[in-house]
Design a protein around this ligand. Sequence first.
Ligand SMILES: [Zn+2]
Length: 271
Amino acid sequence: MTLPSFNPPQPDTDHAVSRLRTSRLAASSKPYVARGAGLVRCAGCRLIVSHCICDLRPSVPTRVGVCLLMGDIEALKPSNTGWLIADVVADTWAFGWARTAVAPELLTLLADPQWQPYVVFPAEYAEAQQRVVTEVPAAAQGDGSGGKRPLFVLLDGTWSEARKMFRKSPYLDRLPVLSLHPEQVSSYRLRRSTQEHHFCTAEVAALCLALAGETRAAESLVAWFDVFSERYLCIREQLPLKPDSEAHQRLAQLAERTAGADALQVPQNVR
Ligand SMILES: [Zn+2]
């Protein structure tokens, strides 16, 4: 019997990055061979089925939106963390980036008056320093006061792809550049005791969520990323799976807290 390389997709994993992956695969003239291509993966989380995390996926409301501009094969990589953002942040968009073309839907999104887009990039790369901001208004202020919801534009690819996207996308030139402060970055590193120099896209998104005051969504995204990374590493290094590890416990605690907060909330019918 031949097993399919992916299980049938779960309906709720139909999100922006999974759709981009599907269309990018359809556009390929030759098959994309990911690392560990012979493994039977879950279409929902991209891990091998014995390590599937779909049942643990957090569900957290947030008023923040994320717009991913993705490097050529980024959506195809089983390790891409933009996928994890789309799992957690309901309003996530994903576009394949090309120097010579731009999707009209992307321009429409950036011009939509309900959103205030920010390109998230280090300040030193912005030629006009007056474009640089280091704070965003709390996302919750968008509630009924006419305030705009923050939309974080994240350049998801290799560092050289990201720089190229930043320099060669004229439609980004008029947007504010959100540069994460060094204090915020170092306190995040300290809490997680990580020495990594580069954050992955999901970590950058979590920092942006925290900056917009969406603490619970930020914590859930970090915990989701940690559980994904742990299991991804288990598979790669052939280590035993630890379903009660610290990362798993934190994700479960956050899910409980979210469920508790939802139960306490008065139902809102007005929208
Ligand atoms: Zn899964």
